[in-house]
Design a protein around this ligand. Sequence first.
Ligand code: HEC
Length: 147
Amino acid sequence: MLRPRSGRSRLLAAHGRRRHAPSPIGGLPILAAFALAVGLTGCKEPTGPEREISGARLFSQNCARCHGADGKGAADAPAGTRDLTDPGHMSMLTDQQIKRVIQMGKPPNMPAFGRQFAEPSIKVLVAFVRDLSAPRPPAGAAEGDAP
Ligand code: HEC
């Protein structure tokens, strides 16, 4: 009577261990925010037949003239324009602070967008801005290929 039971718990323990294997879903929070924002657009912000908010599109239409298409800064950007790909600076800003900067601006050169972006759009935009400074391994680098 006791033997099969202990055998079973050993099985369960092994199963439990396996579930702790590292999983490659680092980008999940951003994906989730994006999915949430897209899900919320349905009735709030008709943006066309596909109704999909693109952070890249919002950024290129509203921000790239100063921050550059890649976030590093346009050639003719106003003085003091932030390099949005700089993890040293961007990691000090919370999502809430990024949202605030977009809405309130930062005098004299970062314009205030006020309520121009609906809530789902600004979430996607903040996630996009956040991602510009996310650490990225060089393309094609193999696992354990430290620089
Ligand atoms: C007219 C030029 C201009 C445009 C357009 C612009 N920015 Fe900026 N942005 C700036 C400048 C200049 C700064 C630096 C402000 C400072 O630190 O004083 C800045 C700073 C920032 C910062 C860093 C703020 C901080 O506290 O360090 C973020 C984030 C940012 N911009 C996001 C955006 C986003 C997102 C958009 C588009 C919705 C945008 N910006 C559009 C000029 C611009």
